[in-house]
Design a protein around this ligand. Structure first.
Ligand SMILES: [Zn+2]
Length: 278
C-alpha cells in the first residue's frame, strides 16, 4: 500500500468545521468530476474554500472529504474523527436514513477518487482507494456493507459517475476491499439472505455446519451484541452463543444457533455459499 500523506487543511467554516464525528458508520466513495486533476489539487481546492467571503455576492460553497486518492498518492486532508462536508443533501435515501443518520456527514468518512483526462478511474487509483478503504475498514471494525457510494447515500447525485454508469465496478471494489482487508477470509464468502435480501458476509463451514461472522450479522439484523473480553464469551440479545468461535481474528457463530435465538429458520443447501434466514 502507498504511504498516506498527511496534509490537513486548515480548520474553517467552509471545508473543515473541526467538529467531531458522532460515530463512524460508513466509508463513502466519490469521484472528483475534475478530469486530469491530481489528489493534491483536490486537497488544495478544499483548503482554498476557506478564502470565500460570506459577505460578498458570490455563492459560497461548503465541501471537504477526508481523503483524495490518485494513481500515485493518497492524501489525508481531514482527520478521520472530524466531520467532512461530502454527502450533505436536502434529501437522503431511505437506506441511508435508516442505516446512517439524518445527517450522514456526522458519521461517515469520505474518499475522493481522482479521474483521468478521459474521465475514467484509473486501475491504480481504484486499487489505491481499495487499499485505503480496507485499512479504514479494519481500524473502524467495519464490514463490506458499510462501504457506500455518494449516490447510495443521497440518491440523486451521480457520484462516482463511472460506477453509476457501470455498477459492477462498485461490486468489484467492495470485493477488492474485502480481499485486501481479510486476505484469508475472502474464500469462502457466503451469501446470506435475510427476508429476501442478499448480503455477502464472511462464512465458513466447521464440522459440516455453516457459520457466519457474528459482527456482520449483528449489523445486518440490527441485534444487540456483547463480547466479554476476559471470558471470550459472546452474547446476542443477552443470550450466550454456545457455538461462538474465533477464527483468524473474526468471531463466527453457527448460523442455526443464530437463527434459533432470533426466532428464524434456516435454509441451507449444504454449500458454504448460500444461507437463507426466513
Ligand atoms: Zn461525491
Amino acid at each position: 500500500m502507498l504511504p498516506i500523506t498527511e496534509s490537513f487543511i486548515e480548520v474553517n467554516q467552509f471545508s473543515r468545521n473541526g467538529q467531531q464525528l458522532k460515530s463512524t458508520k460508513a466509508i463513502v466513495l466519490h469521484y472528483t468530476a475534475s478530469p486530469g486533476a491530481p489528489a493534491i489539487n483536490i486537497r488544495n481546492y478544499f483548503n482554498n474554500l476557506r478564502m470565500q467571503n460570506l459577505q460578498d455576492q458570490s455563492v459560497d460553497r461548503y465541501a471537504g472529504a477526508h481523503y483524495s486518492v490518485d494513481r500515485t498518492t493518497i492524501i489525508h486532508q481531514i482527520p478521520d474523527t472530524e466531520v467532512g462536508y461530502h454527502v450533505g443533501s436536502k434529501t437522503y435515501t431511505a437506506e441511508a436514513l435508516s442505516m446512517l443518520s439524518k445527517y450522514p456527514n456526522d458519521c461517515t468518512i469520505g474518499i475522493e477518487m481522482c479521474i483521468e483526462k478521459d474521465g475514467v478511474i484509473h486501475e491504480d487509483t481504484f486499487q489505491n482507494a481499495a487499499d485505503l478503504a480496507a485499512k479504514l475498514m479494519i481500524s473502524h471494525q467495519m464490514q463490506p456493507h458499510q462501504i457506500w457510494t455518494h449516490k447510495g447515500v443521497v440518491g440523486w447525485k451521480d457520484c462516482p459517475l463511472p460506477w453509476v454508469q457501470n455498477p459492477a465496478e462498485f461490486e468489484r471494489f467492495k470485493k477488492t476491499v474485502l480481499s485486501k482487508a481479510f486476505p484469508k477470509e475472502n474464500e469462502p464468502l457466503c451469501e446470506v439472505w435475510v427476508k429476501g435480501k442478499a448480503t455477502n458476509v464472511p462464512g465458513k463451514v466447521f464440522a459440516g455446519e455453516p457459520y457466519v461472522a457474528v459482527k456482520a450479522m449483528v449489523y445486518l439484523l440490527k441485534t444487540q451484541f456483547k463480547f466479554d473480553d476476559q471470558t471470550k464469551e459472546a452474547f446476542i440479545n443477552n443470550v450466550k452463543l454456545k457455538t461462538f468461535r474465533i477464527d483468524q481474528n473474526t468471531g463466527f457463530v453457527q448460523a442455526r444457533e443464530l437463527g434459533h435465538i432470533l426466532g428464524m429458520n434456516l435454509n441451507w443447501a449444504g454449500r458454504a455459499t448460500d444461507i437463507e434466514f426466513v
